[in-house]
Design a protein around this ligand. Structure first.
Ligand code: NAD
Length: 295
């Protein structure tokens, strides 16, 4: 059993902290929101009213926060209050540069650190079946793996500092692009008089096969569990897809990688969000794509 401090008890962090409690850890939590602290208490988390109180005597501190700026602010605040040797793990989705800055802060504190973003959404967080994409040293990974296993099913060590975030944004760039491709194929099929089911039956067992088609099929019918059958309730919200696509474009610009389709996907998701659809599942973009008039 470890004493673990969990900072950021929101939609993802709340259930992740609850799974650490279930695994027998002594979990101390902190969130700026009182409602999140109270919800965590109901799952056996010792919710503290200040950050220093939550991290006192912790062997490991986990952050699950909205953006890089929040992670860097919290990790900076830890410097004066935690002893050397504490393991620091950030599970938020942030830009690669912030992840590397966070590792540098950890190293300056004499701590081992990991960037460990997740995939699997709130359902995976609740079920403890998240996939963790982990960046950091071998020794940091060896120290943190068992703790991550209490919250996830697959833990992949992707490489050094920032490699977890790099894997996450590359994966989600594929996802954003592939969803638009699948939506366009259904739009074209309709115009050609081909049924949704016929396209699905062929493409799902042919070279067009991909997760956006077989798990999150953007038209109702072929995959009964996809958000399209539930009025596009998320699932994976458009706002989060846009966030990840913008992170991929920021990284592409900084590293000089060419990602023209990633850039176009980010533009299309930005338009969809600006039209008021940020809370809908990202597969709902099919509605906007079908309305775009041909030139
Ligand atoms: P959320 O907004 O529900 O939770 C974030 C929590 O952080 C909030 O409760 C907020 O009060 C708290 N917070 C913000 N600043 C803080 C601070 N300085 N100190 C303490 N608490 C603070 O967001 P979420 O959906 O839980 O997402 C968290 C991270 O996980 C994000 O980076 C997101 O991109 C990523 N993610 C989310 C999903 C998803 O499906 N929701 C999936 C994969 C990854």
């Amino acid at each position: 059993m470890s004493r673990i401090a969990f900072v950021g008890l929101g939609n993802m962090g709340g259930p992740m902290a609850a799974n650490l409690v279930k695994a027998g850890h002594d979990v101390w939590g902190f969130d700026l929101s009182e409602a999140s602290r109270n919800a965590a208490r109901a799952h056996g988390v010792n919710a503290a009213s200040t950050l220093p109180q939550a991290v006192l005597n912790a062997d490991c501190i986990i952050t699950m926060l909205p953006k890089g700026q929040h992670v860097l602010a919290v990790w900076s605040d830890l410097a004066s209050v935690i002893p050397e040797g504490t393991l620091l793990i950030d599970c938020s989705t942030v830009d690669v540069e912030s992840a590397r800055k966070a590792h540098a802060l950890g190293s300056a504190m004499g701590c081992l650190s990991l960037d460990a973003p997740v995939s699997g959404g709130t359902t995976g967080a609740e079920a403890g079946t998240l996939t963790f994409m982990v960046g950091g040293s071998e020794s940091a990974f060896a120290s943190g793996k068992a703790i991550l296993e209490a919250m996830g099913r697959k833990i992949v060590h992707c490489g050094g500092d920032g490699a977890g975030q790099a894997a996450k944004i590359c994966n989600n760039m594929i996802l954003g692009i592939s969803m638009i491709g699948v939506c366009e194929a259904f739009g074209l099929a309709e115009k050609l008089g081909l049924s949704h089911q016929a396209l699905f039956d062929v493409a799902s067992t042919s070279s067009g096969q991909c997760w956006s088609l077989t798990t999150y099929c953007p038209v109702p019918g072929p995959v009964p569990t996809s958000p399209a059958n539930n009025d596009y309730r998320p699932g994976f919200a458009t706002a989060l897809m846009l966030k990840d696509l913008l992170l991929s474009q920021e990284a592409a610009q900084q590293s000089g990688a060419a990602t023209p389709l990633g850039a176009h996907a980010a533009d299309l998701y930005a338009q969809f969000e600006a039209a008021g659809h940020g809370g809908e599942d990202f597969s709902a973009i099919i509605r906007m794509l079908q309305e775009i008039p041909r030139e």
